[in-house]
Design a binder for this molecule. Structure first.
Ligand code: HEM
Length: 450
Protein backbone atom coordinates (compact mmCIF):
# COMPACT_ATOMS: atom_id res chain seq x y z
CA UNK A 1 0.00 0.00 0.00
CA UNK A 2 1.23 3.50 -0.85
CA UNK A 3 2.02 5.56 2.25
CA UNK A 4 3.58 8.98 2.83
CA UNK A 5 7.00 7.42 3.31
CA UNK A 6 6.71 4.61 0.78
CA UNK A 7 6.15 5.81 -2.73
CA UNK A 8 5.56 3.01 -5.19
CA UNK A 9 6.49 3.35 -8.83
CA UNK A 10 3.77 3.86 -11.43
CA UNK A 11 3.23 1.39 -14.23
CA UNK A 12 0.88 -0.81 -16.24
CA UNK A 13 -1.33 -3.32 -14.46
CA UNK A 14 -2.47 -5.17 -17.62
CA UNK A 15 -5.33 -7.66 -17.77
CA UNK A 16 -6.86 -8.45 -14.36
CA UNK A 17 -6.00 -12.13 -14.70
CA UNK A 18 -3.10 -12.29 -17.13
CA UNK A 19 -1.31 -9.09 -16.14
CA UNK A 20 1.16 -7.82 -18.77
CA UNK A 21 2.96 -11.09 -19.44
CA UNK A 22 1.15 -11.85 -22.68
CA UNK A 23 1.98 -8.36 -23.99
CA UNK A 24 5.61 -8.69 -22.93
CA UNK A 25 5.92 -12.10 -24.58
CA UNK A 26 4.45 -10.80 -27.83
CA UNK A 27 6.86 -7.90 -28.26
CA UNK A 28 9.32 -7.44 -25.39
CA UNK A 29 11.25 -4.56 -26.98
CA UNK A 30 8.19 -2.58 -27.96
CA UNK A 31 6.50 -3.29 -24.65
CA UNK A 32 9.45 -1.93 -22.65
CA UNK A 33 9.54 1.10 -24.93
CA UNK A 34 5.84 1.76 -24.30
CA UNK A 35 6.31 1.42 -20.54
CA UNK A 36 9.18 3.89 -20.64
CA UNK A 37 7.27 6.33 -22.84
CA UNK A 38 4.12 6.24 -20.72
CA UNK A 39 5.50 5.94 -17.19
CA UNK A 40 9.10 7.19 -17.28
CA UNK A 41 12.35 5.89 -15.86
CA UNK A 42 11.01 4.01 -12.85
CA UNK A 43 8.22 1.64 -13.82
CA UNK A 44 6.43 -1.11 -11.92
CA UNK A 45 4.97 -3.65 -14.32
CA UNK A 46 2.35 -6.09 -13.03
CA UNK A 47 3.70 -9.02 -15.02
CA UNK A 48 1.25 -11.55 -13.59
CA UNK A 49 -1.03 -11.10 -10.56
CA UNK A 50 1.19 -10.98 -7.49
CA UNK A 51 4.47 -10.54 -9.41
CA UNK A 52 5.75 -7.08 -10.30
CA UNK A 53 8.80 -6.45 -12.47
CA UNK A 54 10.59 -3.12 -12.11
CA UNK A 55 11.92 -1.62 -15.32
CA UNK A 56 14.58 0.90 -14.23
CA UNK A 57 16.02 2.88 -17.09
CA UNK A 58 17.56 6.05 -15.68
CA UNK A 59 21.39 5.95 -15.78
CA UNK A 60 21.41 6.77 -12.04
CA UNK A 61 19.33 3.66 -11.39
CA UNK A 62 21.68 1.55 -13.53
CA UNK A 63 24.68 2.90 -11.62
CA UNK A 64 22.92 2.29 -8.30
CA UNK A 65 22.21 -1.35 -9.17
CA UNK A 66 25.38 -2.36 -10.94
CA UNK A 67 27.91 -0.32 -9.05
CA UNK A 68 27.06 1.83 -6.05
CA UNK A 69 24.75 -0.62 -4.26
CA UNK A 70 25.53 -3.80 -6.17
CA UNK A 71 25.62 -5.83 -2.94
CA UNK A 72 21.85 -5.38 -2.63
CA UNK A 73 21.19 -6.88 -6.08
CA UNK A 74 21.75 -10.42 -7.21
CA UNK A 75 21.01 -12.39 -10.33
CA UNK A 76 17.57 -13.99 -9.97
CA UNK A 77 17.37 -17.77 -9.63
CA UNK A 78 15.94 -18.41 -13.09
CA UNK A 79 19.23 -17.19 -14.58
CA UNK A 80 21.55 -19.91 -13.22
CA UNK A 81 18.68 -22.40 -13.63
CA UNK A 82 18.53 -21.80 -17.39
CA UNK A 83 21.97 -20.56 -18.51
CA UNK A 84 23.54 -22.88 -15.93
CA UNK A 85 22.20 -25.90 -17.82
CA UNK A 86 24.95 -25.22 -20.32
CA UNK A 87 27.43 -23.01 -18.47
CA UNK A 88 27.21 -24.87 -15.11
CA UNK A 89 28.49 -22.90 -12.16
CA UNK A 90 30.82 -20.67 -14.18
CA UNK A 91 31.32 -16.94 -13.51
CA UNK A 92 28.31 -15.86 -15.54
CA UNK A 93 25.89 -17.79 -13.34
CA UNK A 94 27.61 -18.23 -9.97
CA UNK A 95 27.44 -15.80 -7.08
CA UNK A 96 28.94 -14.93 -3.68
CA UNK A 97 32.38 -16.08 -2.57
CA UNK A 98 32.58 -18.80 -5.21
CA UNK A 99 32.02 -16.25 -8.00
CA UNK A 100 34.59 -13.88 -6.47
CA UNK A 101 37.27 -16.56 -6.26
CA UNK A 102 36.66 -17.68 -9.84
CA UNK A 103 36.58 -14.10 -11.14
CA UNK A 104 39.91 -13.38 -9.43
CA UNK A 105 41.40 -16.56 -10.86
CA UNK A 106 40.25 -15.73 -14.37
CA UNK A 107 40.74 -11.98 -14.51
CA UNK A 108 44.50 -12.07 -15.34
CA UNK A 109 43.75 -14.14 -18.47
CA UNK A 110 41.77 -11.17 -19.79
CA UNK A 111 44.44 -8.54 -19.31
CA UNK A 112 45.39 -6.76 -22.47
CA UNK A 113 48.92 -8.18 -22.52
CA UNK A 114 47.55 -11.71 -22.40
CA UNK A 115 44.87 -11.03 -24.98
CA UNK A 116 47.50 -9.72 -27.37
CA UNK A 117 48.57 -13.30 -28.02
CA UNK A 118 45.08 -14.12 -29.26
CA UNK A 119 45.11 -11.51 -32.01
CA UNK A 120 46.45 -13.84 -34.75
CA UNK A 121 43.58 -16.26 -34.12
CA UNK A 122 41.15 -13.38 -34.61
CA UNK A 123 42.65 -12.03 -37.83
CA UNK A 124 43.23 -15.52 -39.26
CA UNK A 125 39.54 -16.33 -38.88
CA UNK A 126 38.55 -13.03 -40.51
CA UNK A 127 41.03 -13.60 -43.35
CA UNK A 128 39.61 -17.10 -43.88
CA UNK A 129 36.13 -15.56 -44.18
CA UNK A 130 37.45 -13.11 -46.77
CA UNK A 131 39.08 -15.99 -48.70
CA UNK A 132 35.84 -17.96 -48.64
CA UNK A 133 33.75 -15.02 -49.89
CA UNK A 134 36.23 -14.12 -52.63
CA UNK A 135 35.15 -17.37 -54.29
CA UNK A 136 31.62 -16.02 -54.81
CA UNK A 137 31.66 -12.28 -54.05
CA UNK A 138 28.66 -11.22 -56.09
CA UNK A 139 26.25 -13.70 -54.55
CA UNK A 140 23.58 -12.40 -52.17
CA UNK A 141 23.80 -14.16 -48.82
CA UNK A 142 22.78 -13.76 -45.20
CA UNK A 143 25.76 -12.45 -43.26
CA UNK A 144 24.29 -13.24 -39.81
CA UNK A 145 25.10 -16.98 -39.77
CA UNK A 146 28.49 -16.17 -41.32
CA UNK A 147 29.33 -13.80 -38.47
CA UNK A 148 28.11 -16.34 -35.91
CA UNK A 149 30.36 -18.93 -37.50
CA UNK A 150 33.28 -16.52 -37.56
CA UNK A 151 32.88 -15.59 -33.90
CA UNK A 152 32.49 -19.25 -32.92
CA UNK A 153 35.69 -20.02 -34.79
CA UNK A 154 37.48 -17.23 -32.94
CA UNK A 155 36.01 -18.36 -29.60
CA UNK A 156 37.10 -21.99 -30.12
CA UNK A 157 40.56 -21.07 -31.35
CA UNK A 158 41.26 -18.49 -28.66
CA UNK A 159 39.86 -20.68 -25.89
CA UNK A 160 41.37 -24.06 -26.64
CA UNK A 161 43.05 -23.83 -30.04
CA UNK A 162 40.33 -25.86 -31.74
CA UNK A 163 38.21 -24.74 -34.67
CA UNK A 164 34.70 -25.77 -33.74
CA UNK A 165 32.92 -23.71 -36.38
CA UNK A 166 32.77 -26.38 -39.12
CA UNK A 167 29.26 -27.81 -39.49
CA UNK A 168 30.60 -31.33 -39.05
CA UNK A 169 32.60 -30.61 -35.90
CA UNK A 170 31.32 -32.77 -33.03
CA UNK A 171 31.88 -30.26 -30.23
CA UNK A 172 30.67 -27.34 -32.38
CA UNK A 173 27.47 -29.21 -33.21
CA UNK A 174 26.88 -30.17 -29.59
CA UNK A 175 27.53 -26.59 -28.50
CA UNK A 176 25.03 -25.19 -31.01
CA UNK A 177 22.34 -27.66 -29.89
CA UNK A 178 22.82 -26.82 -26.21
CA UNK A 179 23.06 -23.09 -26.85
CA UNK A 180 19.86 -23.04 -28.91
CA UNK A 181 18.14 -25.06 -26.20
CA UNK A 182 19.13 -22.58 -23.49
CA UNK A 183 18.02 -19.61 -25.62
CA UNK A 184 14.70 -21.31 -26.22
CA UNK A 185 14.16 -22.04 -22.53
CA UNK A 186 15.05 -18.51 -21.50
CA UNK A 187 12.57 -17.01 -23.88
CA UNK A 188 9.73 -19.45 -24.12
CA UNK A 189 9.69 -22.18 -21.54
CA UNK A 190 11.83 -21.54 -18.47
CA UNK A 191 9.69 -23.72 -16.24
CA UNK A 192 9.33 -27.00 -18.20
CA UNK A 193 11.21 -29.59 -16.14
CA UNK A 194 14.46 -30.47 -17.83
CA UNK A 195 13.94 -34.19 -17.04
CA UNK A 196 10.65 -34.25 -18.99
CA UNK A 197 11.30 -36.81 -21.74
CA UNK A 198 10.34 -34.70 -24.78
CA UNK A 199 12.50 -34.59 -27.87
CA UNK A 200 14.02 -31.19 -27.14
CA UNK A 201 15.10 -32.24 -23.64
CA UNK A 202 16.51 -35.53 -24.87
CA UNK A 203 18.52 -33.85 -27.61
CA UNK A 204 19.88 -31.35 -25.14
CA UNK A 205 20.93 -34.05 -22.65
CA UNK A 206 22.68 -35.98 -25.39
CA UNK A 207 24.49 -32.92 -26.77
CA UNK A 208 25.55 -31.75 -23.30
CA UNK A 209 27.08 -35.18 -22.60
CA UNK A 210 29.07 -34.96 -25.84
CA UNK A 211 30.20 -31.43 -25.02
CA UNK A 212 31.32 -32.36 -21.51
CA UNK A 213 33.14 -35.46 -22.69
CA UNK A 214 35.04 -33.68 -25.46
CA UNK A 215 35.96 -30.59 -23.43
CA UNK A 216 37.05 -32.72 -20.46
CA UNK A 217 39.22 -34.72 -22.83
CA UNK A 218 40.83 -31.54 -24.14
CA UNK A 219 41.48 -30.47 -20.52
CA UNK A 220 42.94 -33.89 -19.61
CA UNK A 221 45.22 -33.89 -22.65
CA UNK A 222 46.44 -30.42 -21.79
CA UNK A 223 47.19 -31.38 -18.22
CA UNK A 224 49.16 -34.40 -19.41
CA UNK A 225 51.12 -32.52 -22.08
CA UNK A 226 53.98 -30.03 -21.91
CA UNK A 227 52.51 -28.05 -24.80
CA UNK A 228 51.32 -24.60 -23.84
CA UNK A 229 49.52 -23.11 -26.82
CA UNK A 230 48.72 -19.39 -26.75
CA UNK A 231 45.11 -19.74 -25.67
CA UNK A 232 42.84 -19.01 -22.75
CA UNK A 233 42.83 -22.63 -21.55
CA UNK A 234 46.58 -22.46 -20.97
CA UNK A 235 46.03 -19.37 -18.82
CA UNK A 236 43.08 -20.88 -16.95
CA UNK A 237 45.10 -24.03 -16.22
CA UNK A 238 47.95 -21.91 -14.88
CA UNK A 239 45.69 -19.72 -12.72
CA UNK A 240 46.40 -20.16 -9.00
CA UNK A 241 44.46 -18.84 -6.06
CA UNK A 242 46.58 -16.29 -4.14
CA UNK A 243 45.52 -17.56 -0.71
CA UNK A 244 45.34 -21.31 -1.17
CA UNK A 245 47.74 -21.66 -4.11
CA UNK A 246 45.22 -24.07 -5.66
CA UNK A 247 43.96 -24.00 -9.23
CA UNK A 248 40.64 -25.03 -10.74
CA UNK A 249 39.25 -28.55 -10.73
CA UNK A 250 38.37 -30.17 -14.06
CA UNK A 251 34.69 -29.49 -13.39
CA UNK A 252 35.36 -25.79 -12.77
CA UNK A 253 37.48 -25.57 -15.89
CA UNK A 254 34.74 -27.26 -17.89
CA UNK A 255 32.12 -24.82 -16.58
CA UNK A 256 34.32 -21.80 -17.26
CA UNK A 257 35.23 -22.94 -20.77
CA UNK A 258 31.53 -23.43 -21.58
CA UNK A 259 30.72 -20.10 -19.93
CA UNK A 260 33.21 -18.26 -22.11
CA UNK A 261 31.93 -19.97 -25.24
CA UNK A 262 28.34 -19.13 -24.27
CA UNK A 263 28.93 -15.50 -23.31
CA UNK A 264 31.58 -14.79 -25.89
CA UNK A 265 30.49 -15.99 -29.28
CA UNK A 266 26.90 -14.97 -29.99
CA UNK A 267 27.28 -11.50 -28.51
CA UNK A 268 30.12 -10.67 -30.89
CA UNK A 269 28.56 -12.52 -33.83
CA UNK A 270 25.26 -10.66 -33.53
CA UNK A 271 26.97 -7.28 -33.11
CA UNK A 272 29.05 -7.82 -36.25
CA UNK A 273 25.91 -8.67 -38.23
CA UNK A 274 24.47 -5.33 -37.04
CA UNK A 275 27.66 -3.55 -38.11
CA UNK A 276 27.21 -4.83 -41.67
CA UNK A 277 23.52 -4.03 -41.60
CA UNK A 278 24.23 -0.39 -40.67
CA UNK A 279 27.28 0.09 -42.90
CA UNK A 280 25.57 -1.78 -45.72
CA UNK A 281 22.95 0.93 -45.69
CA UNK A 282 25.09 3.99 -45.02
CA UNK A 283 27.62 3.89 -47.83
CA UNK A 284 29.16 7.26 -46.95
CA UNK A 285 30.12 6.18 -43.48
CA UNK A 286 31.34 2.89 -44.88
CA UNK A 287 33.64 4.72 -47.32
CA UNK A 288 34.96 6.93 -44.50
CA UNK A 289 35.74 3.86 -42.42
CA UNK A 290 37.43 2.24 -45.41
CA UNK A 291 39.54 5.36 -46.01
CA UNK A 292 40.66 5.31 -42.39
CA UNK A 293 41.53 1.60 -42.50
CA UNK A 294 43.27 1.86 -45.85
CA UNK A 295 45.36 4.85 -44.84
CA UNK A 296 46.64 3.00 -41.77
CA UNK A 297 47.01 -0.55 -43.09
CA UNK A 298 47.60 -0.22 -46.85
CA UNK A 299 46.39 -3.78 -47.36
CA UNK A 300 48.22 -5.53 -44.53
CA UNK A 301 46.68 -7.54 -41.69
CA UNK A 302 45.72 -5.36 -38.72
CA UNK A 303 47.52 -5.76 -35.40
CA UNK A 304 46.68 -4.64 -31.90
CA UNK A 305 48.96 -1.60 -32.30
CA UNK A 306 46.83 -0.42 -35.22
CA UNK A 307 43.62 -0.19 -33.21
CA UNK A 308 44.28 3.23 -31.60
CA UNK A 309 44.80 4.58 -35.13
CA UNK A 310 41.35 3.39 -36.22
CA UNK A 311 39.08 5.64 -34.12
CA UNK A 312 36.22 5.78 -36.63
CA UNK A 313 36.19 1.98 -36.96
CA UNK A 314 35.91 1.74 -33.20
CA UNK A 315 33.26 4.49 -33.08
CA UNK A 316 31.16 2.58 -35.62
CA UNK A 317 31.33 -0.46 -33.37
CA UNK A 318 30.51 1.54 -30.23
CA UNK A 319 27.53 3.12 -31.96
CA UNK A 320 26.36 -0.24 -33.29
CA UNK A 321 26.22 -1.76 -29.81
CA UNK A 322 24.52 1.38 -28.52
CA UNK A 323 21.70 0.95 -31.03
CA UNK A 324 21.67 -2.85 -31.01
CA UNK A 325 23.11 -3.94 -27.67
CA UNK A 326 23.77 -7.70 -27.78
CA UNK A 327 22.86 -7.83 -24.05
CA UNK A 328 19.62 -5.89 -24.29
CA UNK A 329 18.49 -6.34 -20.68
CA UNK A 330 20.02 -7.52 -17.43
CA UNK A 331 17.85 -9.17 -14.77
CA UNK A 332 18.45 -8.61 -11.07
CA UNK A 333 16.62 -9.20 -7.81
CA UNK A 334 16.82 -6.88 -4.81
CA UNK A 335 17.79 -8.42 -1.49
CA UNK A 336 16.61 -5.73 0.96
CA UNK A 337 14.22 -2.85 0.51
CA UNK A 338 15.84 0.08 -1.28
CA UNK A 339 15.18 3.65 -2.42
CA UNK A 340 15.60 4.68 -6.05
CA UNK A 341 14.63 7.89 -7.85
CA UNK A 342 12.44 8.88 -4.89
CA UNK A 343 10.55 5.57 -4.94
CA UNK A 344 10.61 2.57 -2.66
CA UNK A 345 11.83 -0.67 -4.12
CA UNK A 346 10.53 -3.54 -1.98
CA UNK A 347 12.86 -6.35 -0.97
CA UNK A 348 13.06 -9.37 -3.29
CA UNK A 349 11.80 -7.29 -6.24
CA UNK A 350 12.47 -8.52 -9.77
CA UNK A 351 14.30 -5.85 -11.74
CA UNK A 352 15.30 -5.29 -15.33
CA UNK A 353 17.81 -2.70 -16.45
CA UNK A 354 17.77 -2.38 -20.19
CA UNK A 355 20.50 -1.27 -22.56
CA UNK A 356 17.84 -1.26 -25.25
CA UNK A 357 15.96 1.57 -23.53
CA UNK A 358 18.68 3.53 -21.73
CA UNK A 359 21.06 3.65 -24.69
CA UNK A 360 18.30 5.26 -26.77
CA UNK A 361 17.08 7.54 -23.99
CA UNK A 362 16.11 10.93 -25.45
CA UNK A 363 17.35 12.84 -22.43
CA UNK A 364 20.89 11.59 -22.95
CA UNK A 365 21.16 10.87 -26.67
CA UNK A 366 20.21 13.52 -29.24
CA UNK A 367 18.45 11.93 -32.19
CA UNK A 368 18.61 8.64 -30.27
CA UNK A 369 17.58 6.24 -33.04
CA UNK A 370 19.99 7.59 -35.66
CA UNK A 371 23.25 5.86 -36.57
CA UNK A 372 25.83 8.54 -35.80
CA UNK A 373 29.23 7.03 -34.98
CA UNK A 374 30.74 10.52 -34.61
CA UNK A 375 29.08 10.84 -31.21
CA UNK A 376 31.76 8.49 -29.93
CA UNK A 377 34.59 10.53 -31.48
CA UNK A 378 33.76 13.54 -29.33
CA UNK A 379 31.78 12.16 -26.41
CA UNK A 380 29.47 14.52 -24.56
CA UNK A 381 31.12 15.15 -21.15
CA UNK A 382 27.68 15.83 -19.63
CA UNK A 383 26.35 12.39 -20.49
CA UNK A 384 26.16 10.16 -17.41
CA UNK A 385 28.50 7.18 -17.51
CA UNK A 386 25.68 4.66 -17.21
CA UNK A 387 23.71 6.04 -20.17
CA UNK A 388 25.93 3.59 -22.08
CA UNK A 389 26.64 0.17 -20.59
CA UNK A 390 26.76 -2.47 -23.32
CA UNK A 391 29.09 -4.56 -21.15
CA UNK A 392 27.26 -3.96 -17.87
CA UNK A 393 29.24 -2.36 -15.05
CA UNK A 394 30.48 -2.64 -11.49
CA UNK A 395 32.13 -5.82 -10.21
CA UNK A 396 30.20 -8.03 -12.64
CA UNK A 397 31.15 -6.09 -15.72
CA UNK A 398 31.74 -8.33 -18.74
CA UNK A 399 35.11 -10.03 -18.31
CA UNK A 400 35.40 -10.26 -22.10
CA UNK A 401 34.88 -6.57 -22.92
CA UNK A 402 38.49 -5.89 -23.92
CA UNK A 403 38.46 -9.13 -25.90
CA UNK A 404 35.32 -8.06 -27.79
CA UNK A 405 36.63 -4.54 -28.40
CA UNK A 406 39.73 -6.03 -29.97
CA UNK A 407 37.99 -8.75 -31.93
CA UNK A 408 35.27 -6.66 -33.58
CA UNK A 409 37.46 -3.83 -35.01
CA UNK A 410 40.07 -6.37 -36.16
CA UNK A 411 37.40 -8.33 -38.02
CA UNK A 412 35.88 -5.13 -39.44
CA UNK A 413 39.26 -3.86 -40.65
CA UNK A 414 40.11 -7.19 -42.30
CA UNK A 415 36.79 -7.50 -44.13
CA UNK A 416 36.37 -3.85 -45.14
CA UNK A 417 39.80 -3.79 -46.75
CA UNK A 418 38.65 -6.31 -49.34
CA UNK A 419 34.94 -5.67 -49.76
CA UNK A 420 32.25 -3.05 -50.07
CA UNK A 421 29.21 -4.36 -48.24
CA UNK A 422 25.81 -3.66 -49.78
CA UNK A 423 22.46 -4.44 -48.22
CA UNK A 424 20.26 -6.07 -50.83
CA UNK A 425 16.90 -5.13 -49.35
CA UNK A 426 15.49 -1.84 -48.14
CA UNK A 427 13.30 -3.60 -45.58
CA UNK A 428 14.10 -2.59 -42.01
CA UNK A 429 16.14 -5.20 -40.17
CA UNK A 430 14.04 -6.33 -37.22
CA UNK A 431 15.74 -6.94 -33.88
CA UNK A 432 14.88 -10.21 -32.18
CA UNK A 433 15.43 -10.26 -28.42
CA UNK A 434 16.55 -13.85 -27.92
CA UNK A 435 19.55 -14.68 -25.71
CA UNK A 436 21.21 -11.78 -27.53
CA UNK A 437 19.63 -9.09 -29.70
CA UNK A 438 19.98 -10.50 -33.20
CA UNK A 439 18.52 -9.51 -36.56
CA UNK A 440 15.34 -11.58 -36.75
CA UNK A 441 15.38 -12.46 -40.44
CA UNK A 442 19.13 -12.14 -40.93
CA UNK A 443 20.99 -9.49 -42.94
CA UNK A 444 20.99 -10.17 -46.69
CA UNK A 445 24.03 -8.58 -48.32
CA UNK A 446 26.11 -8.62 -51.47
CA UNK A 447 29.85 -7.98 -51.45
CA UNK A 448 31.76 -5.97 -54.02
CA UNK A 449 35.45 -6.69 -54.23
CA UNK A 450 37.70 -3.65 -53.82
C1 HEM B 1 29.90 -7.36 -27.79
C2 HEM B 1 30.19 -8.39 -27.05
C3 HEM B 1 29.74 -8.59 -25.64
C4 HEM B 1 28.75 -7.98 -24.93
C5 HEM B 1 27.81 -6.88 -25.41
C6 HEM B 1 28.75 -8.54 -23.60
C7 HEM B 1 27.91 -8.14 -22.58
C8 HEM B 1 27.98 -8.60 -21.28
C9 HEM B 1 27.21 -8.09 -20.18
C10 HEM B 1 26.18 -6.97 -20.26
C11 HEM B 1 27.56 -8.78 -19.08
C12 HEM B 1 27.01 -8.58 -17.67
C13 HEM B 1 25.90 -9.54 -17.37
C14 HEM B 1 25.27 -9.26 -16.01
O1 HEM B 1 25.94 -8.78 -15.11
O2 HEM B 1 24.08 -9.51 -15.87
C15 HEM B 1 28.54 -9.75 -19.48
C16 HEM B 1 29.13 -10.66 -18.62
C17 HEM B 1 30.04 -11.60 -19.03
N1 HEM B 1 30.63 -11.71 -20.29
FE1 HEM B 1 30.26 -10.54 -21.87
N2 HEM B 1 29.72 -9.50 -23.54
C18 HEM B 1 30.36 -9.55 -24.76
C19 HEM B 1 31.42 -10.36 -25.09
C20 HEM B 1 32.01 -11.27 -24.27
C21 HEM B 1 33.14 -12.08 -24.61
C22 HEM B 1 33.89 -12.02 -25.93
C23 HEM B 1 33.38 -12.91 -23.54
C24 HEM B 1 34.44 -13.97 -23.34
C25 HEM B 1 35.48 -14.15 -24.09
C26 HEM B 1 32.41 -12.59 -22.52
C27 HEM B 1 32.31 -13.20 -21.29
C28 HEM B 1 31.50 -12.76 -20.26
C29 HEM B 1 31.46 -13.40 -18.95
C30 HEM B 1 32.25 -14.60 -18.51
C31 HEM B 1 30.56 -12.64 -18.17
C32 HEM B 1 30.20 -12.86 -16.70
C33 HEM B 1 31.09 -11.98 -15.84
C34 HEM B 1 30.79 -12.04 -14.36
O3 HEM B 1 29.63 -12.11 -13.98
O4 HEM B 1 31.77 -12.00 -13.60
N3 HEM B 1 31.60 -11.59 -23.00
N4 HEM B 1 28.81 -9.61 -20.83
Amino acid sequence: METATKRLMPGPRGHWLRGCLWRFQQEPLEFYRECHREYGDYVRIRMVPGVDVYLLTHPDAVEHILQKHHKNFRKPDFFPKTVGLLAGNGILTSSGDFWLRQRRLMQPAFHRQQLERLVPAMTEAATAFVGERLKSPTETFDILPEMMKLSLRIAGNTLFSTDISADADEVGQAFRTTFDYVSYRMNYSPWTPVWWPNQRNREFALAKRVLDRVVLKIIANRRASHDKPDDLLTLLLAAQDEDSGGGMTDQQLLDEVLTLLTAGHETVGASLAWVWSLLGEDHDIQENVYDEIHSVLRGRTPTLEDLPNLPLTRAVYDETIRLYPPAWGQPRQSIDEDELGGYTLPKKSFIVISQWITQRHEAFWPDPHAFQPERFLTPDPQRPKFAYFPFGGGPRICIGNTFALMEAPLVMATILQRFRIRRTTTEPIVPDPTFTLRPKFGVPVRLETR
